[in-house]
Design a binder for this molecule. Structure first.
Ligand SMILES: [Zn+2]
Length: 306
C-alpha cells in the first residue's frame, strides 16, 4: 500500500510538472495523512510532494530560474505600446498578480509556477517567464475586458454629479456628467472603500468623501467631443496611448479617479507612485465586483462594463 501511494504521488508530481502548476508552498505540509482516495483527483493546491523527489526538485529549479529571469525582466523588458517604447512591467505588478492569482513576488518560484499555469491555459509555452509575448498576451486579455459599447452618451443617459465628488471642487457642471448607472456603481464602490478602514478615507457622516480627501474623487467623467478635442490640442504629443480620438469618456461610463501622484500623468515615474497606493491596489482587487475594469496603462482610468 505504501509503495502504491508513493507511485501515485510520483504520477501526480509528473502531471503537475507537465501542467506547470507545482505548488511549492504545499511542501511544508507533507507528512499529513492522506488517503489514496484524495490522491485520485488532481488538486495542485493540496498536492503533497516529497522534496527529495527528483521531479519536484527539477520543477522547483526550473521555476527558480524563471523567477530570476522575471526579476530582471520586471524592470528591463523592452516592449512597445501605443507607439512608444516601454521598459519593464513593474508598473503592472498588481494587475498581473490579479490575473494570475495567487499573489506572489515576481521573482519567486511561486509566481513563475502560476504564470506557467496561465501560459498553458492561454496556449503559450509554459516557461514561467514573463517575456514580451506573454506580456502582450496578458495585455490583450485586459484590453478585451474593457468597455465594448463605445456609443456616444445621449443627454438623457447622463446625470450631473455634485462638485463634492470631484477632485477639482470648482469643476463646472458641464464637466461633471456621468452615465446614470455608472454613477450609481461608483457610489456603491465608494461606500465599500470608505467602509474598508484599511484605506483610512476621510469621509462625512453621510458617507461621502470629506472635502479634504483626494483619493477616489473623480478627476474626469463624461467628455464631449468638443472638450476632448480641446484636451488634445493642449497636449498634441500625448500620442495614441494618451488622449484617444475615440475616447471611452464619450460614453459617460469611463471615470478617472484620483489614485495618487499627478492625477493623469502617464510618465513612468508618476505611474510608479500611483500603482503603489493602497487605493489603486484596492481598486485592482475590488473594482470588478462593482462592474469597473481597468485600462492597464492609466492607473486612474476605470470603465463601467456592466
Ligand atoms: Zn480616462
Amino acid at each position: 500500500m505504501k509503495h502504491f501511494r508513493v507511485h501515485i504521488a510520483l504520477v501526480f508530481v509528473a502531471l503537475a510538472v507537465l501542467l506547470g502548476v507545482v505548488s511549492f508552498e504545499t511542501r511544508s505540509s507533507r507528512g499529513q495523512s492522506q488517503s489514496p482516495k484524495a490522491d485520485s483527483h488532481v488538486k495542485p493546491t493540496v498536492l503533497k510532494t516529497d522534496p527529495r523527489d527528483a521531479l519536484a526538485e527539477k520543477a522547483s529549479s526550473i521555476f527558480a530560474a524563471a523567477g530570476e529571469r522575471n526579476a530582471a525582466l520586471q524592470n528591463e523588458l523592452v516592449w512597445t505600446f501605443g507607439g512608444k517604447q516601454q521598459r519593464g512591467w513593474y508598473l503592472y505588478d498588481a494587475l498581473i498578480n490579479q490575473s494570475l492569482n495567487p499573489q506572489n513576488e515576481a521573482s519567486s518560484g511561486g509566481f513563475a509556477a502560476a504564470l506557467a499555469s496561465w501560459q498553458k491555459k492561454v496556449g503559450l509555452n509554459p516557461s514561467g517567464v514573463l517575456d514580451e509575448e506573454s506580456l502582450n498576451r496578458m495585455i490583450s486579455e485586459w484590453q478585451k475586458n474593457r468597455l465594448k459599447d463605445r456609443n456616444y452618451a445621449q443627454s438623457d443617459q447622463l446625470v450631473t454629479a455634485p462638485a463634492a465628488d470631484f477632485y477639482d471642487p470648482e469643476r463646472v457642471a458641464e464637466l461633471r456628467q456621468v452615465e446614470r448607472e455608472t454613477y450609481a456603481a461608483y457610489k456603491r464602490m465608494l461606500a465599500a472603500a470608505i467602509a474598508d478602514r484599511s484605506l483610512n478615507l476621510a469621509h462625512t457622516p453621510e458617507g461621502g468623501l470629506a472635502p479634504t480627501e483626494k483619493y477616489f474623487k473623480i478627476v474626469s467623467a463624461f467628455r464631449s467631443r468638443e472638450y476632448q478635442d480641446q484636451l488634445r490640442r493642449q497636449s498634441p504629443n500625448a500620442g495614441s496611448a494618451g488622449l484617444a480620438v475615440n475616447s471611452p469618456h464619450f460614453t459617460g461610463r469611463a471615470l478617472d479617479f484620483y489614485v495618487g501622484g499627478d492625477p493623469v500623468d502617464t510618465k513612468d515615474s508618476n505611474r510608479a507612485i500611483q500603482v503603489k497606493t493602497a487605493v489603486y491596489q484596492w481598486l485592482v482587487r475590488n473594482a470588478e465586483r462593482f462592474g469597473f475594469r481597468p485600462y492597464f496603462y492609466e492607473p486612474w482610468h476605470w470603465e463601467y462594463v456592466k
